[in-house]
Write a protein that binds this ligand. Structure first.
Ligand code: FE2
Length: 141
């Protein structure tokens, strides 16, 4: 696997792992049932992304990173749940952009291209839907 592509995929892998850690921590602190369920759904998606990225890197001759990104500590450092939710939403935007960077380095067809296209779309959708959902749920809490 091309080195620049491997680095770009590993950056995403580390970020998705950090997302799992950040969401797990937040889920433990949120008392609102519906918001907690929403965050569990996001956490499960991050976990699936991390597993799939790892398999994609390995399956295409690359070496998956075993690290976790710095994002979880940044989320945990914030004082309120609302601030953490806002940073998580910006994190999804960051991941969508970085997925598009990786996509530009990938072959124009094939499994990496297809996976990254779907992953970019999922993150864009999650940003939009998540923002609306969090506003609604924070209003109801
Ligand atoms: Fe993500």
């Amino acid at each position: 696997m091309d080195r620049a592509l491997q680095d770009a995929l590993n950056l995403l892998l580390e970020a998705e792992r950090a997302g799992v850690v950040a969401l797990d921590k937040l889920i433990a602190e949120v008392e609102h049932d519906e918001l907690r369920n929403f965050l569990r759904g996001s956490r499960d998606m991050e976990r699936r992304n991390a597993e799939e990225l790892e398999a994609l890197i390995r399956g295409n001759g690359g070496m998956p990173s075993d690290k976790t990104g710095p994002f979880a500590a940044k989320v945990a450092a914030l004082g309120t749940i609302r601030e953490r939710l806002a940073l998580l939403s910006r994190g999804q935007e960051w991941a969508a952009r970085k997925t598009e960077v990786a996509l530009a380095l990938a072959p124009e067809t094939g499994p990496i291209h297809d996976y990254l296209t779907a992953m970019a779309n999922r993150h864009r959708a999650e940003v939009e839907w998540g923002r609306a959902e969090v506003i609604r749920l924070m209003g109801a809490a």
